[in-house]
Design a protein around this ligand. Structure first.
Ligand code: SF4
Length: 479
């Protein structure tokens, strides 16, 4: 029930009753003088750089609409629809290169969503499958590591809905902050505390990561073998996954390097490539080793010789040591010659800056598809056939093959603070479907709800952002 001073918000299943001058539970809708109002501005993006060359950088733009600039209406601030059968909040008619286009614009409420986090570090953050917690609640787990990066899989419908209310709320809050570019500290069971911030360096147990490794130990051997040749008799590149040993490695064989008789610990995979030389950790090359000599199992007196020059180095070049074997074939630390120091610096030079990448992944569900067409499967087919383009806040997405419209988007490609939430709990994210007007009609689109772009732009509450010209223009006709 509502009275004159109260409005009911029907933009999500929570159905808040909002008193005059107040906002609903998600802080997105308010009762303004008795009218239900989406309080954030509708964000449009404009190709301003081309048209206003003196406008300066995007950050200095005050958000005022640039008249005459090519404009795309994003879902940010557009509002949500509930229940599902309503048309999307904006179905915008525009033109692209003389072609009549339609963009269906909405803020999706995503119960089925999560983030995949790529953390550029060799350091051990936790065992695969380990629970990842935020505020004491499990919000996801460690998943399979990638090349030079540790990976987390966070969110997902089970953490939103399948556990306690606290778990769902903590998951929603952590993902909201992460997707909006804020730093979020997570604790990994049996591992590290990691601060994740999209587009920023990861902080692992209080240490800000600087470099992403150049490659695994074997790859590092391959890349730099020629530069070591003639300066070192043996090089061991210490790596948690694949430690490389130059003279034994194919790269050393190609250079006709004689065997050096230095055998490292671990399981020999192929010549010069060793697995499991140590435990994972925060030491050399993502191992728990702080003294690299620990991984040397034996030095063969039949093969090695006094005076043998040995370089031990990590895959980032952050750790390196130079040894010369004494008369008893014991490695003695020595000053590293300048040409060898240069190769270590070259490894470091070839490392890219370590970053956290946050990819939002979600499935377009009932209200989103029904908001486009009365026959939702046609939208799915149209997306699969590349007749309809899906974007998030204008940012390009990757749509997974197979059933449904399950997509992935880099949150740093989206305008700032694109995400919201509702306390069901679920994340709210902008989504746009762009297609030719005749294709929209053919898939059973809500043609009666189409509004010309100029009419949308005439609305009072708009915020314009400068389009990033390195990305494909979201309003272009799908090819
Ligand atoms: S949570 Fe937000 S969208 Fe949902 S009913 Fe309340 S005010 Fe409306």
């Amino acid at each position: 029930m509502t009275d004159a001073a109260t409005v009911r918000c029907d933009a999500c299943p929570v159905l808040c009753r909002i008193r005059e001058g107040k906002t609903g539970a998600c802080d997105r809708y308010a009762n303004v003088a008795g009218a239900l109002t989406r309080i954030d501005p509708l964000v449009v993006t404009q190709r301003a750089a081309r048209l206003v060359p003196f406008a300066g950088d995007a950050e200095s733009w005050d958000g005022a609409l640039v008249k005459g600039a090519e404009t795309f209406v994003t879902g940010i601030g557009s509002g949500t629809t509930y229940p599902d059968y309503k048309p999307a909040p904006f179905i915008v008619a525009s033109q692209a290169d003389g072609i009549d286009m339609v963009t269906v614009v909405s803020e999706g409420i995503f119960s089925y969503c999560g983030v995949k986090v790529k953390i550029d570090t060799d350091r051990f953050v936790g065992p695969e499958q380990a629970p990842v917690r935020c505020g004491g609640e499990q919000i996801g787990h460690v998943t399979t590591a990638e090349y030079g990066s540790q990976m987390l899989s966070l969110g997902g419908v089970r953490h939103f809905t399948g556990g306690s209310k606290r778990e769902g709320t903590a998951t929603c809050q952590a993902l909201l902050e992460m997707c909006n570019g804020a730093p979020v500290e997570v604790e990994i069971e049996g591992g590290a505390t990691v601060t994740v911030q999209a587009g920023a360096a990861p902080v692992v147990d209080g240490e800000r990561e600087g470099r992403m490794r150049v490659g695994c130990g074997s790859a590092t051997i391959g890349m730099f073998a020629k530069q070591w040749f003639g300066h070192a008799d043996e090089v061991v590149v210490v790596d948690d996954h694949i430690t490389g040993v130059l003279s034994e490695h194919q790269a050393g064989r190609f250079l006709d390097m004689p065997p050096a008789g230095i055998r490292v610990r671990g399981r020999r995979s192929t010549p010069g490539r060793y697995f499991q030389v140590a435990e994972p950790g925060a030491g050399w090359g993502g191992t728990d080793v702080s003294d690299p000599l620990e991984i040397i199992e034996k030095i063969d007196p039949k093969t090695a010789w006094p005076g043998l020059k040995l370089l031990m180095v990590s895959t980032t070049g952050e750790d390196a040591a130079w040894y010369v074997l004494d008369e008893d074939l014991r490695p003695r630390a020595a000053d590293m010659p300048a040409p060898v120091r240069d190769t270590v610096a070259r490894i470091a030079e070839n490392c890219e800056p370590a970053l956290c990448s946050v990819l939002f992944m979600a499935g377009a569900g009932g209200s989103l598809r029904a908001g486009v067409t009365e026959n939702p499967v046609r939208l799915t087919r149209s997306v699969k056939d590349a007749i309809t383009r899906v974007t998030c806040g204008g940012a390009p997405v990757y749509v997974w093959p197979g059933g449904g419209i399950t997509f992935v988007v880099d949150v740093t490609a989206m305008p700032a603070r694109s995400f919201g939430y509702v306390p069901t709990p679920a994340l709210v994210a902008p989504i746009e479907f762009t297609m030719r007007a005749d294709d929209h009609a053919a898939l059973g689109g809500h043609v009666d709800s189409i509004v010309p772009l100029d009419e949308v732009l005439a609305r009072a509450s708009l915020k314009a952002t400068a389009w990033d010209e390195t990305k494909p223009w979201p309003g272009a006709a799908p090819s």
